[in-house]
Write a protein that binds this ligand. Structure first.
Ligand code: ADP
Ligand code: MG
Length: 369
């Protein structure tokens, strides 16, 4: 016969199965109920700590994900070959995390709305825009924006590792690219082709360059096909190398710029929440920071914050910030922007749209002095 212990064990076994099943079926409400039941019965058994943890996790699952790792996604972790050139993640970033001119902010927000309201558009023969190119100098938030799009839509982000894609053999590369685009069609997500200029202007020997160009061309051809329910985001630091033929394949091309004074201030204020900066002389700081990317500005703010913490103070003065920005510039002089990406000189000396746009930005800041 069944002992009391046995019956209890069976009850929780049933609860566990129900829990997993409701999760598999995506039934959030039932999942929550079952998790709370499980918590209650553990409480009864005197397992207070376990009960509390179960309850906390159940409640966390009710909230819009902060750092959610859903177990049920068709290729949560791309397998085998795919793992070499496709990396999945579930970004927690939101569009409000990205500091942008309102024009760009509005466009990105509208992409989210269009995607969410896809059916309404399709009823009238329209489609949401799904091919987005973000172009502009390094450190202006292009990659961050792609993460935020995924986070906002609660889609997985699939980052295409371009270097993993290019091989010596054209046939093989094309095959891999086709696998990516098959996934784009079948597995809903935001697919990020980050810094596609690597494809158009790859360094290295002649063969690599030729190969990279061919990959770019097949990428563009695939882009003409249906992307299914997915969004494809490509970014480039070198807008000058993209010609009209490339640009017209995208539904939306957004020019990113170096931050203006209000954006610089916003970026610093956000990074320094919790520090005493009420008496900051913002004009001095933003004048001093003009021409730096948002990434540099954030890094300088962090630098100042670290020093304040180690000096056991919450206070960060104008002078502290200016010194941090100064150090940041000095590092730039060494030829890197400190986040292991392109030499910073690209941002100011490159030809093309972004450079001229950021130049105008600087002019504007100057005039307002
Ligand atoms: N527009 C922005 N708004 C907020 N933070 C930014 C912005 N641009 C850059 N950052 C900061 O710098 C980091 C690097 O930016 P990133 O998106 O990688 O730049 P990009 O892809 O344009 O080179 C971000 O993670 C963020 O901390
Ligand atoms: Mg980037």
């Amino acid at each position: 016969m069944f002992s009391k212990g046995n019956i209890e064990a069976m009850a929780s076994a049933q609860q566990l199965i129900g829990l997993v099943k409701s999760h598999a079926e995506g039934d959030k409400d039932r999942f929550f109920d079952l998790a709370m039941q499980l918590s209650a019965s553990e409480e009864q058994k005197g397992h207070t700590r376990l009960a509390e943890q179960l309850r906390q996790w159940a409640e966390a699952g009710q909230k819009p994900a902060v750092s959610r790792v859903p177990a049920i996604t068709p290729i949560a972790a791309p397998r085998g070959d795919m793992a070499e050139f496709l990396a999945a993640s579930y970004p927690a970033e939101r569009l409000t995390d990205v500091i942008l001119p309102s024009r760009l902010e509005d466009e990105l927000a509208h992409i989210v709305v269009e995607t969410r309201m896809r059916e309404k558009l399709e009823e009238r023969g329209l489609k949401p825009r799904r091919r987005v190119l973000l172009s502009g100098p390094p450190g202006t938030g292009k990659t961050l924006s792609a993460l935020a799009l995924a986070g906002e839509l609660q889609y997985p982000l699939f980052s295409v590792v371009l270097h993993g894609l290019i091989t010596k053999y054209m046939g093989e590369t094309a095959q891999k690219l086709k696998m990516v685009f098959d996934a784009i069609k079948t597995t809903r997500g935001v697919y990020l082709f980050d810094e596609i200029d690597a494809l158009a202007a790859a360094r290295g020997n002649e063969n690599d360059v030729g190969e990279a160009r061919r990959v770019l061309n097949s990428f563009l051809q695939f882009l003409d096909e249906d992307t299914g329910p997915s969004i494809v985001v490509a970014t480039t630091n070198l807008p000058g190398i993209l010609d009209r033929a490339v640009l017209r394949r995208f539904d939306l091309v957004l020019p990113y710029e170096m931050p203006d004074a209000p954006s610089i201030r916003q970026a610093i204020e956000r990074r320094l929440i919790g520090f005493a900066i009420a008496r900051m002389s913002w004009k001095k700081v933003t004048d001093f920071a003009e021409g730096l990317s948002t990434a540099d500005v954030v890094a300088a703010a962090e630098d100042a914050a670290r020093r304040a913490v180690l000096a056991d103070t919450d206070k960060i003065t104008t002078q502290d910030l200016i010194a941090a920005i100064e150090r940041r510039r000095a590092l730039q002089g060494l030829g890197t922007d400190g986040i292991g990406k392109k030499p910073s000189t690209h941002s100011s000396s490159q030809s093309g749209q972004a450079a001229s746009v950021s130049g105008q930005g600087r002019g504007r800041v100057k005039k307002s002095k």
